[in-house]
Each structure stands twice: as structure tokens, then as C-alpha cells.
Design a protein around this ligand. Sequence first.
Ligand code: SGN
Ligand code: CA
Length: 517
Amino acid sequence: MTKRILQFLPISGIALFLLILPSGCQRPDPRPNIIFIMTDDHGYQAISAYGSMINRTPNIDRLAAGGMRFERSFCTNSICAPSRAVLLTGQYSHRNGQINNAVVFDSTQQTFPKLLQQAGYQTALVGKWHLKSQPTGFDYWNILPGQGRYYNPDFIEMGERKRLEGYATDLTTDLALAWLERRERDKPFCLLLHHKAPHRNWMPGPEQLNLFADEEIPLPETYFDYYAGRLAAQAQEMRIDRHTFLSYDLKLPWQMNTNADSLQRDSTFAQSEFNRMTPEQKAAWDAVYQPRNEAFQQAGYRGADLAKAKYQRYIKDYLRCVASVDDNIGRVLDYLERSGLSENTIVVYTSDQGFYLGEHGWFDKRFMYEQSLRLPLIVRYPREIRAEVNERDMVLNLDFAPTFLDFAGVAIPEEMQGRSLRPLLAGNTPADWRQSIYYHYYEYPSWHMVKKHYGVRSDRYKLIHFYDDIDTWELFDLQNDPDELRNLYDDPQYADVIAELKAELARLRAQYGDDEP
Ligand code: SGN
Ligand code: CA
């Protein structure tokens, strides 16, 4: 009888029907659980499943081995709070209002966690939030205020602020696992597990302090870039050699900073981080950094050698933070296995945006160039998702919300501008899947001084328009110039390509309703 009724119900109807079954004839809920793991600023270049030349990430690789790994996954606005708002709303920044890190997220908007909650999911958010307004749509939330701290961070648990002793990446995982343990077992769940790491100021955890100690990490080929033909790139302030703080970022004693412009901020920032440590944590820290710092000072680096030495300081701490993320992902995967949840849980690994690991001489993100535009994206769900690499399809963080709703059997609201990845994950790309992506970045003037820009990326080309206090265009041929060093915009040979891309850009802007500027 039940079987016959089910045949006539659509998927979401089935879910509803099962929910309203009187207790006693309850069946296990067929809808998948969701664990969405997102780090802050983790570039794909630092994941071995993505071919990293500089580190190993065995646990992220383990997830990738059992799921689909996307080569062409991108964000729509490469900065933190905007990316998080896109994730929740499935809408571009100009629609959800979170155009930069400064504005406060309007949390009355429709979001996928709210819709899942209404459909009977238990929802939770743990870790970095960064949207200023209080989280909505979660049965449980416990967030790091603002950017969060690495050592002994404060957390705000459902409105109540407490300082926890330990390292942020470990603590965030502890809180997530504790919630999974005490959740109501008869409902499916959706957990957003959002790490602070490996965001600036890249403070390694106690267990990773000694990693890479005697290694030399290879320097990216484009580390010494003079930005010929790229005016906006000439104006940025995100060079490892010039714009990192000696103490806060590179962990040298603040007294070594002789730069009058940065000394004050550097020493204040550094001391506010280091002063949070317990005496034991500080002793373990000093035991490794003091000898390193003495050696650095004795070397007396100058010019290009100093720039290279700074890269080593930067990248090693960054990779140490990533190593802790990877260990902690291992803990989550182990937990799922132990609890029999691996088969019916969708596990996602991604980052809020990409990041420069020395390419063009940079740290940070923001630009529409590949390293910050692209996101690592791995999705595992053994019941439905193929274990393979998707090298062709262009996907966006805009697609996450519709994807989760689709898997949960919840109707995708009209206002959501992304598309469900569910068919792609099953290995079937719809014939009308997007052939280009649209991007728009707004936070200027601000940290790192990356000018406002929007653009289009197709399979082969990228066209960018920088605007506001500048009016310049850039065209890159990603096939012949994957490092994006040669701006072809003024080359007459590309006139047709430019005309086509401009038409595509206009089409995308109309489709998504973006008429700024
Ligand atoms: C902080 C960092 C910046 C970084 C922004 C945005 N400075 O302001 O380097 O670009 O966050 O990052 S810091 O001295 O405070 O660390 S984002 O990922 O949150 O968008
Ligand atoms: Ca970020």
C-alpha cells in the first residue's frame, strides 16, 4: 500500500509523507545528511589532490578519492563575508547585499539552512561566520567573533561569549563533533563547519610548529612579477616582500620592524595575538621561533634574498595551518566511519575563496585572476556521487545552496541564481550548462587596495574591467598564458574575441540583474 502511494508522489512529497507518518510506523529518513566544511583562504595550490608541489593533505585527498573533485570551481566575489552570503542565499552579492566585508548581512533573507530547517533538517553552524548579524536558520550555532583568533579563541555560543583554551582548528572540530554526538538521531542534519584557518596571520598550532623546519619550499615562477600591462595589479598592496607585517605575519620580533609606517600596527596586532597564549603555549612557540628568528637576523638578507626569505616564512606558516586543517578533517571522516554515517552523508570540502601563495609575489585574494577566483571543491556522497575528477564544467559557489536543497528534496526558490550540481555529481552534465562565469568584486579602497572590477571567464579567455578611480580592461588567453602575465586587450588580433566576450558579459549582467556601475 505505502509503496503504491509513493509511486505517485514527487521526491519532495515523499520526504513530507515520511515526516508526517505517525510514530510507530516511522521509517529511516531517506534524505542525506550534509557536512559542509569550508576553510578560510585555502588555495587549491596547497592540496595534494589538486597536484600541490609544496605540501601533502592526506585527509582531503582521502575525501577526494571517494568523491568528485572539481577543477573548474569558482567564486563570484573573492572575499570572505560576500562569499559566505553567496553560499547561504544562492544569490550574487548585488542581490544579497553583502558586497564587501564591511556591511552587515541582512539575516532576514531566505537561505538554504532556513529552508532545510523548515523541511525537518537539524541545522548547525560552527566556527567562522563573519557576517556581523546573528546567524539565523540554525538550531545550534557557535561562532568565532569577527575573524576569530588562532590561540584560545572566543566563541559565541547561541549569543553567549566564552573563551576556550586551545587551538582554533582543533576547537572548531571538537565543537562540531560534540554537536553531531548529541543531535537528535531521527532527523537528517546539515552541519556547516567553518574553519578560521588558514587565514592571516597564519599561526600554526602546537602540533605543527616543527613541520617544514629544514625544508626549502619552491618559489612560484611568477614570484618576481612587475605587472607590465596590468595597471590595477601595479596599485595593489598585497606583496609578500612589501606588505606583510614583520612580526604579526612573519613572526619576527616586532622590535626588528624598522618601518615607521607599519611599526605601530604591527606591534599592536602581533602582541594582541601572542598575549592570548598560555605560558605553556608561548614557551613551545618561542622554543621553535627564537632560533629561527636569530638565524634570520644573522643572515642579514637584502633585496631579492630578503623577498625570498619572507616567502619561506610566510608559506611555511600557511602550510602548517593547512596541515592542522587536514588532520582535523581526518577526525571528521573517522567519526563518520565509526558512526556509520559515511554512506548517507554528503561531505563537501571547499574554501571561501582562493588565495595567492606567492604567485605574482602576493598573499591575499580579491582579484579575478585564477588563484583567487578558483576554489577547491570536493563533494563525496557514495550513494549518488561518482568518484572522479570533473575537469570541464564551470561551477560556482552560487550553486551550493540549490544543490543542497535539491538533495534534500526541497524546492529551489526562484530568487536563487545558482543551479543544482546534482546532475553533474552523478556524471550527467545538462546540455545547457553554463559556458562562462560572471564575477564582480567591490571592496575598494580597503585592505590590499584591489580596485573594483567585474568580468567574464570562458573556457579559454578572461576579460576584466577595472573601474571606479580607474578605467582599464584586461584580456588573458588562459590556454597560452595560464599565469595571466600578458594583457592582450590592446592587441588588434583579439578584436573579435573581445567583441564576443563583451557581448557575453552584457548577457550575463542582464541575466543576473547587475547594472552597477
Ligand atoms: C583582514 C586581514 C586582511 C584580509 C582581510 C579580509 N588583515 O583584514 O589581510 O584581506 O581580513 O580577509 S589582518 O591584519 O586583520 O589579518 S577575509 O578572508 O576575511 O575576507
Ligand atoms: Ca577568506
